[in-house]
Design a binder for this molecule. Structure first.
Ligand code: MN
Length: 295
């Protein structure tokens, strides 16, 4: 999985794959892709919604499942989701807030509708691969109701991870990375400073944008390569863009189901531990844990 970072600035437009992550919940999967298994440490990008639950139904209901070797990042544009995990966390997330979960050596979580339902949900879930030096850290959960924000003209920037100029996210990362939500008004334009040692990509969550002279729409990932000093973004309509980046991974990942590992043997061992019940339980979860698929 390593070695896919471009040596310099490029523009590659990749289309999402559609994936059904739960009955009736179809997402746009933008990473991993064959061409780019990761962008920096970002090894998984799912864009879901906007999706409105059927009348009388509560909405999202993802049963308890395990993770190892990664961090999960949840960011919403619309709706409400209740996160529970095996540390005993029960945390509602709403638009503008960040859920940042470190799986480390192992955690279990569920994502369900809160009382009253999710409403229309729209957002992303991202995974950050932990570097080999830190992938056995203790599991942890962070909720950040407030994040660093700034305005550039009429464009609103929110730093989810890493830093942008003087703004630094409070989320705990283990390798150099960045994630920025950019809300462009109709006719908006902005120039973002980039770390030239990073690999970057962006996706459009709403509307459409022009990035470095290339048009991007919903369901597309624009891979930007490395060695860029800045990025020019503009939009003809009100749009939301997510910029992701980080130092290119120099490790071979072995991803299977909900595990980010380094070998098939490690995945088999984690699967065995899960099926045996060694990951712990999620207090208050509404559903029974998922069973791992066959290896
Ligand atoms: Mn999960």
């Amino acid at each position: 999985m390593s070695g896919t970072a471009a040596d310099g600035p490029v523009l590659e437009l990749l289309s999402a794959r559609r994936s059904e992550i739960a009955p009736g919940l179809v997402v746009r999967r933008l990473l991993p892709r064959r061409q780019h298994r990761a962008v920096g440490p970002w090894c998984f990008v799912d864009h879901f919604g906007p999706v409105t639950p059927a009348p009388g139904r509560p909405g999202m209901d993802i049963a308890p499942h395990p993770h190892i070797g990664l961090q999960t990042v949840t960011w919403l544009l619309e709706g409400r989701i209740l996160h529970r995990d095996s540390l005993g966390t029960a945390q509602l997330i709403e638009p503008g807030q960040l859920n940042w979960m470190t799986a480390g050596r192992g955690i279990v979580h569920s994502e369900e509708a809160p009382p009253g339902g999710t409403g229309t949900v729209h957002g992303v879930q991202l995974w950050v691969a932990l570097p080999d030096s830190h992938r056995a850290v203790a599991p942890a959960f962070e909720h950040h109701a407030e994040l660093p924000r700034m305005a550039e003209g009429d464009t609103a920037l929110t730093v989810l991870a890493g830093r942008l100029g003087g703004l630094v996210s409070p989320a705990k990362g283990y390798s150099p990375l960045v994630a920025v939500d950019i809300a462009l008004p109709s006719g908006g334009r902005v120039r973002l400073p980039l770390d030239p040692t990073f690999e970057h990509a962006l996706l459009v969550l709403q509307g459409s944008a022009d990035a470095a002279g290339h048009g991007v729409g919903v369901g597309e990932l624009l891979y930007l390569g490395t060695r860029r000093q800045h990025l020019d973004l503009s939009a003809d309509e009100a749009s939301r863009v997510l910029l992701l980046g980080g130092l290119p991974l120099d490790e071979e990942l072995f991803m299977w189901w909900n595990f980010v590992a380094r070998s098939r043997a490690e995945v088999a061992e984690a699967r065995h531990r899960w099926q045996r019940g060694d990951f712990g339980t999620v207090p208050g979860a509404r559903r029974d844990p998922l069973s791992a698929p066959p290896l």
